[in-house]
Design a protein around this ligand. Structure first.
Ligand code: ADA
Length: 603
């Protein structure tokens, strides 16, 4: 999206005085199936590739795994500082500047930077190696068995930032009081030595104040009060901008915030103190021809579809979201659960130091990158992991600890499929269950499998309500659904027909209406996605996970109308309050003590 400052950087300008050049467009490209990881193979006879774009979603390289080599020459004023910002490169990314390795990234879904040290040359060569081969040692967070294709290529925007040697690297805001607009701000620069800098603060583009900041270890925090504060909510998603300008560095950074609180209390979620129910979908970042490099226009169109269905919620399954997507959710007032990459992790992961280390770092980055987005109301990690085994404990404990330390203002959770066998639910602020009654596990069933749905939902609710350690936590169904192949219609509703899928959701709807204590429902899933290859495809007709309400081109199945009815009933006229207890309990800041000042806990 073009901003008034001419930079293609999401929905609003991050900088007014820093010059940022978009490098999206056409890059030179070659593909090497057998190159050594991280080593630059010869460019050879090159072709071209669009950026952003998943190379393995294009007809020429469809479904291939290897190294995509991208090359571009850029012109920079000799002797000046600059750095490249990569929004997303899949999966093992290596960036070379003038032939030297400048950065590596091992997770497709996280942004990273590469420095361009000053040079006497005006023309600089950028080479990006995007390796989409699975490797436990090189990119341990990715694995071939995940039920979604992990693509290769430059999957997000690339920008060139022109700065001085010292520059702002982040501005994070933590809300202390939504009603009166009190925030704690933390600014960070890329210079760790102690220094004092003047900061001009602008709120909603209006100069507010000048502060003298003491930087220690590159960071300084200060309190802020937004004049004329307006609270953010799905009905009124009002955003405020905060801009910090450091005159000595001639650098600035602008971020947006929404003033709101999200807490758990008496088995319910509360937004701004009001009971909140969540009704929506799990969504993968995927569109035919683009892979996970979904254009922002398509993201918007997806969100409008979710809104048309009457949903208020998206679970960003199963990885960190692009900032551009969260920008749209902030603007539209759609609530998001953002989670770390992963799928059915087991003992092998929990006992692999490379995995644990990569997971911890990536989790922290996700939280720090997106802490300003009001739409994010919940953090998550470990989808359907082996949380019935003791070996998972350490990974869970450290994951909860990291997230709560960095952000004590949001609930933290994980989606489990282990039901009553899950050993660690007490750690979660919200109890989130992935269940597929009437679909999986029915192979030997000769009757109508839909009859399993209501008892399964009821049993879950009763079991958690009976458990003294769990009964005060909101309960949510984080996945439920069935396959329906687009266009396969049959009034007798066999498995895989659109009719079966729609009946399935109608039965879920009926079952939920008997359980008013349930706080949230995220259907599996928004739209069909390409998934794993090989033998696993036997259970995935077309090589797709076909449980979408829409097919991959967003054409609605019968299930979409059923989902709309379900959302409407679940949320009611004005959003029916969830929660298990009638009596109001004292609100606790989810996941935190509620005692700490935000300024103490931004990190
Ligand atoms: C799991 C998983 C999803 C998807 C789903 C399915 O619940 O979390 O990613 O694989 O099952 O369709 O089976």
């Amino acid at each position: 999206m073009k901003t008034r400052f001419g930079c293609a950087i999401g929905s609003y300008a991050r900088h007014e005085c820093r010059r940022v050049e978009p490098l999206d467009g056409v890059w030179e490209f070659t593909f090497h199936e057998r190159a050594e990881p991280g080593k630059c193979p010869p460019m050879g006879r090159s072709s071209v590739m669009a950026v952003p774009q998943a190379f393995d979603a294009t007809p020429a390289f469809r479904n291939r795994r290897g190294v995509g080599v991208y090359r571009k020459e850029i012109a920079i004023e000799p002797g000046t500082h600059a750095h490249l910002e990569f929004e997303s490169v899949g999966m093992l990314a290596t960036v070379l500047v003038d032939g030297e390795v400048a950065a590596q990234s091992r997770c497709s879904y996280l942004p990273f930077e590469a420095a361009l040290p000053p040079s006497t040359a005006r023309i600089r060569e950028i080479v990006v190696l995007a390796d989409n081969r699975f490797s436990e040692s090189e990119a341990p967070l990715h694995a071939p068995y995940y039920d979604f294709r992990q693509y290769g290529g430059i999957l997000g925007s690339v920008r060139l930032h022109h700065t001085g040697p010292t520059r702002l690297t982040s501005l994070r805001l933590q809300i202390e009081s939504a009603d009166d607009g009190r925030l704690c701000a933390e600014v960070e620069i890329n210079d760790r030595s102690p220094r004092r800098l003047t900061a001009n603060i602008f709120i909603d583009s209006v100069p507010l104040t000048e502060k003298h900041l003491e930087f220690r270890d590159g960071r300084a925090t200060f309190p802020l009060r937004i004049p004329n504060p307006r609270v953010w909510s799905p009905r009124s998603p009002h955003l405020h901008t905060v801009r910090v300008f450091l005159p000595e560095l001639q650098d600035d950074l602008q971020v947006r915030t929404g003033l709101r609180t999200i807490t758990t209390d008496g088995g319910a979620l509360r937004l701004n103190g009001e009971p909140l129910r969540l009704a929506g979908v799990n969504r993968h970042e995927n569109f035919p021809g683009f892979g996970s490099a979904v254009p922002q226009a398509q993201m918007l169109s997806d969100l409008m579809l979710i809104r048309e269905l009457g949903g208020n919620f998206v679970r960003g399954s199963h990885y960190p979201q692009k900032s551009g997507f969260l920008d749209l959710c902030d603007e539209l007032g759609i609530l998001v659960w953002e989670e770390m990459l992963g799928w059915q992790q087991d003992v092998r992961h929990f006992t692999n130091p490379a995995y644990r280390d990569g997971h911890r770092k990536a989790l922290a980055e996700m939280v720090l990158n997106h802490v300003n987005h009001p739409c994010v109301i919940m953090w998550g990690f470990l989808n359907e992991a082996a949380t019935e085994v003791e070996e998972a404990r350490a990974t869970l404990e450290e994951s909860f600890e990291i997230v709560r330390l960095l952000d004590p203002t949001r609930p933290v959770t994980y989606a489990t499929c282990k039901g009553e066998n899950d050993r660690f639910l007490e750690m979660a602020d919200v109890l989130c269950f992935n269940i597929y009654p009437g679909w999986y596990g029915c192979e030997e069933d000769d009757g109508n499998t839909l009859r399993h749905i209501a008892p399964a939902i009821r049993a879950l609710s009763r079991w958690t309500a009976r458990n003294p350690a769990l009964k005060d936590r909101p309960l949510m169904i984080s996945e439920i659904g069935a396959e329906g192949i687009y266009g396969l219609r049959d009034a007798s509703a066999p498995f895989y027909s659109e009719d079966f899928q729609a009946e399935y959701l109608r039965e879920v709807d009926r079952a939920l209406s008997e359980c008013p204590e349930i706080s949230g429902i995220a259907l599996w899933h928004f739209a069909d996605v390409q998934t794993f290859a090989g033998g696993r495809n036997i259970k995935r007709p077309r090589g797709f996970n076909n449980k979408g309400l829409f097919n991959e081109y967003r054409q609605p199945k019968l299930a979409a109308a059923a989902a709309a009815e379900l959302f409407q009933r679940f949320l009611g006229e004005s959003g029916v309050p969830g929660g298990r207890e009638e009596k109001p309990l004292v609100a606790r800041a989810a996941g935190g003590t509620g005692q700490l000042s935000a300024c103490d806990t931004l990190r």
